[in-house]
Write a protein that binds this ligand. Structure first.
Ligand code: FES
Length: 290
């Protein structure tokens, strides 16, 4: 389908797939020499980890006779071996070996995706013309600090568009009705290149979390990097970080992942309670919108 036809078909006046960095997996899910079949941006892909520890993402179908390399393929050094006739492709998508031939056809290559591994997440860059990524995903030092809790995650398949997910950060009133804040207001919103920042003030009633403290003022600072990666810093009883990533699976569905960490309080049971309430809050809201 042509680009113009896609725009015509969509609900929005732009193409379905935005550019930027998008999560394609968690580091912990792709072990040494691991291979995964994944589907994003309407494409069948193979994600694998080389002997060096470097993750790679390639278009999944072998250019020889079309086997999906994510189904039964295995890794040798920095290359994935196709399960059908054992052709090997390195992380740049180039065929490096055909075990029963001396010549490698020039066309024996698959499209490579630019990949980074940051914050325990594997990202791929989705561009339009094969351009170099103009920005990088920032590293969050809190994720490797003992002062913060181990990361908890939840994941949903949602019928939506990245645009709709991004608009949530400037939707101040939703804090009242979805997250049950007593008061909420977007105090500021600003665009800085590929970054969009909002600052929301709010007041919540902690008794609904089973805590005796009652009403408490807090804030939510949302920093969105492109359309695929957001960091929400919630200041409420403790400091809470939510990493939200949203990756198009195809033209209808998104893979939405949320990773949470909380700055530990002196009272360990209180820390656990905060973690659980935040996870439950996001998990129950998303479950209703799937
Ligand atoms: S189909 Fe992959 S090597 Fe033949």
């Amino acid at each position: 389908m042509s680009q113009a036809a896609r725009v015509e078909k969509n609900r929005f006046p732009f193409t379905q797939y935005p550019v930027g960095w998008f999560q394609v997996g968690y580091s912990s899910e792709l072990g040494p020499l691991g291979v995964q079949r994944v589907q994003y941006f309407g494409e069948d892909l193979v994600l694998f980890r080389g002997e060096s520890g470097q993750p790679y993402l390639l278009d999944g179908y072998c250019p020889h006779l079309g086997a999906h390399m994510g189904c039964g393929g295995h890794v040798e050094k920095e290359a994935i071996e196709c399960p059908f006739h054992a052709w090997k492709f390195d992380g740049t998508g180039v065929c490096t070996e055909i075990p029963y031939a001396t010549k490698i056809p020039k066309k024996a290559k698959v499209h490579p995706w630019v990949v980074r591994e940051v914050n325990g997440i594997i990202f791929a860059y989705h561009g339009v013309n094969g351009e170099e990524p103009p920005w990088e995903v920032p590293e969050l030092p809190e994720l490797s600090s003992d002062e913060w809790t181990p990361v908890r995650t939840v994941r949903f398949k949602i019928k939506s568009h990245n645009q709709e997910m991004a608009e949530n950060s400037v939707d101040g009133p939703h804090f009242l009705y979805v997250h049950k804040a007593l008061r909420a207001k977007t105090a500021s919103a600003a665009i800085d290149g590929h970054i969009f920042r909002t600052f929301n003030k709010m007041e919540v009633d902690l008794t609904r979390w089973g805590m005796p403290d009652g009403q408490l003022e807090g804030s939510a600072q949302v920093t969105t990097h492109g359309f695929g990666f957001s960091v929400v810093r919630l200041s409420l009883l403790s400091e809470i970080i939510t990493i939200a990533t949203v990756t198009p699976i195809d033209e209808e569905y998104l893979d939405a992942r949320f990773a949470f960490t909380v700055k530990k309080l002196d009272d360990e049971s209180m820390t656990d309670l905060v973690v659980q309430q935040v996870v439950d809050d996001i998990a129950s809201r998303c479950a209703r919108t799937r």
